[in-house]
Design a protein around this ligand. Structure first.
Ligand code: SP5
Ligand code: ZN
Length: 373
């Protein structure tokens, strides 16, 4: 399989609050090194290294897609906050900007105060809390450039799977996105996510497919990260041309979304399928949910498949509580091929989470083996 990587994504390093401790974030560059090392030793895969040149047409397209799907004041914050803190002596060059106060709108009974917590504050510390909803999406020196590069990999994949790339015509691609994207809703960072790569993939394919067929394509986003992709769900909730299907830990982070009763709204009604799975679940329980996902996907009849692929479903993962083993990823990926859509359609696989560094390479390799058959 063609696997896309951009070295710029390795430069992003943050600290986070986890439990009661400030630690090096579990979402670290070594995760990608593990994947690259394993896949380089496997002749079934071709790793293509990409670096987007500033002011190239693709970079301009990428920034356009990011700006049309994410709020401009939010993006400016992600781009500039670390530099602003640094120039005011508030953070060291190699340290992370983290929030200290969040706008908790439910604390205020009156609607006047409620509207205040919805407007960007002037204070530099307050702003860090306004544009994030947790303390796992801090801003470091290279966060913005890495997040753009990560989204750039999703766009490169979109160009290829839509058949509009000059050289490559691959039907299935994995983009080694880092930082991940599925918790970002376009207004706030959270859960290690700053730009939603699945959103860029869909909007990218929409852009490229305009050059091809007249028909507007339908998408399925299959989200297999341990955590519910609240950001992706929110972005497409009223869309209707994107089916979001997620298998994730029940009642786990991000805590306020992921219920079965979240079905989409308006044109998007019934285009959102949450399949929460109990703590301690093994591959057998996982496959039962996969069958429900397949049913929803095949009755929707999509044209493209985006997979938000996380490996925090691994039994040793510090942020998950499923009991999947390395071999299970091959079984699961192979099982999804029962679906006509997943078997036949162009598919773009995007990396999301997965925090056992040494297992990550083998787990990705196992999944790709099952997916390619
Ligand atoms: C992309 C992705 O997988 N993001 C997940 C971020 C989850 N961060 C919060 C996890 C909450 C863990 N709860 C406390 C654990 C103490 N050891
Ligand atoms: Zn996750």
């Amino acid at each position: 399989m063609l696997v896309l990587h951009d070295p710029t994504t390795l430069e992003h390093k943050t600290t986070e609050l986890l439990g009661s401790k400030i630690l090096q974030a579990l979402e670290c560059p070594e995760r990608l090194i593990s994947i690259l090392t394993t896949l380089k030793g496997n002749s079934d895969h071709e790793i293509q290294t990409i670096t987007l040149k500033d002011d190239s047409p693709k970079s301009t397209l990428l920034h356009g897609l990011i700006e049309s799907s994410h709020k401009s004041d939010y993006l400016e914050h992600i781009r500039t906050a670390h530099g602003n803190w640094l120039s005011q002596g508030l953070v060291d060059q190699d340290a992370t900007v983290l929030p200290e106060c969040f706008p908790a709108h439910h604390l205020f009974a009156s609607s006047q105060l409620n509207s205040k917590v919805r407007s960007p504050p002037k204070d530099i510390f307050a702003r860090a809390g306004f544009y994030a909803y947790d303390m796992s999406a801090g801003l470091a020196e290279h966060t913005w450039s890495a997040a753009v590069a990560s989204a750039g990999l999703a766009l490169e994949g979109a160009e290829i799977v839509s058949g509009q790339h000059a050289e490559r015509k691959d039907k299935t691609i994995m983009a080694l996105c880092r930082p991940p994207g599925h918790h970002c809703n376009g207004r706030m960072a959270g859960g290690y996510c700053y730009i939603n790569n699945a959103v860029i993939a869909v909007d990218g394919i929409r852009h490229y497919s305009k050059a091809g067929s007249a028909k507007t394509p339908k998408f399925v986003i299959l989200d297999l990260d341990f955590h519910h992709g609240n950001g992706t769900q929110e972005y497409f909730y009223k869309d209707g041309e994107v089916l979001y299907v997620s298998i994730h830990g029940e009642d786990e982070y991000p805590y306020y979304s992921g219920g079965e009763d979240e079905k989409g709204e308006g044109k998007g009604l019934n285009c959102n399928v949450n399949l929460p799975l109990k703590s301690g679940s093994t591959v057998d329980e996982y496959l039962d949910k996969a069958d429900l996902a397949i049913k929803a996907i095949d009755s929707y009849q999509p044209d493209y498949v985006i997979v938000s692929l996380g490996f925090d479903t691994f039994h040793l993962d510090p942020l998950g509580n499923f009991k999947l083993e390395t071999e299970d990823y091959e079984t699961i990926a192979q099982h999804f091929k029962i679906s006509q859509a997943l078997k036949l359609l162009p598919a773009l696989i995007l990396l999301e989470g997965g925090y056992v560094v040494d297992a990550l390479g083998p787990n990705v390799q196992s999944f790709l083996k099952g997916w390619t058959g």
